[in-house]
Ligand binder design. Structure first.
Ligand SMILES: Cc1cc2nc3c(=O)[nH]c(=O)nc-3n(C[C@H](O)[C@H](O)[C@H](O)COP(=O)(O)O)c2cc1C
Ligand code: SF4
Ligand code: SF4
Length: 275
């Protein structure tokens, strides 16, 4: 069984979960794992073999699969290949993303062996507004490995049936947190001008060392080499890869969502899966 790990992962949390699931799928003999990183380049005409198994992991943006992830995976198809569909979210809610990803993969001739939602450090998390800091952590990665082993076992039975993404349970947030967040979103939508928000990260020119790391990390070519203090807001998907990856802490992204998320979604949510 050939194992594939396929991901779109600007800040690396989906990649780490995919890797842990894939390593366990590869089994004790450590069958080689083929990596398809769709973060910065589209998957061009990748057809998964019928005797393979793939883990596909993507982040959740606004309760959906990050739109650029779906664009990047457009060229992926299977040959009734079993896949593990994984969405990774920032401890608020994964909304309809798992169902969306499973449907996307089914439409591309993949068979859904399992569906899961894992928590990753929120893209907007900072020292001042920590949101799921450090996740996936050891416990999450142990759960990811457990999922890989469970899928391996499941596929050993040739009569295995597909997992139903709609059965995935959503870990609960407290009622008060949910209400406070909903109220904030309403206020923000009605009067966005009242909140300090930027369309894209800003760069502190005095700190920038022009190392070009942000250029390499950006999934959508929103930063040009040699002009790192400028960001193309039209291309920016606000993934915060450049903010987290800047060695000089020159880049910052101001969003009113960060403090609200930090205040209301601090309670740890565990990974969930259906297999
Ligand atoms: C634009 C945007 C929207 C997001 N929306 C959600 C969301 O609806 N729910 C949530 O829990 N996390 C949300 N997140 C957080 C990401 O899903 C989370 O940080 C994920 O681990 C990022 O994956 P990556 O490390 O693979 O890039 C959002 C992040 C961004 C940048
Ligand atoms: S990663 Fe930071 S220091 Fe390097 S070019 Fe980008 S903004 Fe400048
Ligand atoms: S410029 Fe925007 S899209 Fe590019 S890495 Fe930074 S936040 Fe992500």
């Amino acid at each position: 069984m050939k194992v594939f790990e396929i991901y779109f992962s600007p800040t690396g949390t989906s990649r780490r979960v995919a890797h842990a699931v894939a390593a366990a799928l590869a089994g004790p003999d450590q069958a080689p794992v083929d990596t398809i990183d769709a973060t910065r380049v589209p998957v061009a005409g990748a057809k998964l073999p019928p005797d393979g198994i793939a883990v596909v992991a993507v982040p959740v943006y606004g309760g959906r699969v990050a739109p650029l992830a779906l664009q990047r995976l457009e060229g992926l198809s299977g040959s009734l290949t079993p896949v593990v569909a994984v969405v990774v979210y920032g401890n608020r809610d994964f909304g309809g993303a798992a169902v969306e990803l499973a449907a996307f993969l089914s439409a591309r001739k993949c068979r859904i062996a399992a569906v899961a939602a894992f928590v990753g450090e929120h893209s907007y998390s900072t020292e001042a507004t920590p949101i799921a800091t450090g996740r996936p952590d050891e416990a999450d990665l142990a759960d990811a490995a457990e999922l890989g082993r469970a899928v391996r076992l499941k596929l050993a039975d040739s009569a295995w049936t597909e997992a139903d993404a709609t059965r995935l349970k959503h870990p609960r947030s407290g009622l008060l947190s949910t209400l406070r967040f909903a109220r904030f979103v309403l206020r923000y939508r009605r009067h966005p001008e009242r909140f300090a928000a930027s369309r894209a990260p800003r760069t502190d020119a005095a700190r920038c060392e022009h190392c070009g790391r942000c250029v390499r990390l950006c999934p959508n070519a929103a930063i040009a080499k040699g002009d790192e203090t400028h960001t193309d807001a039209q291309r920016c998907i606000r993934c915060c890869a450049c903010v987290k990856g800047c060695p000089a802490q020159a880049r910052t992204f101001t969003t009113p969502f960060a403090p609200v998320l930090a205040r209301n979604f601090g309670r740890r949510k565990a990974p969930v899966s259906v297999c």
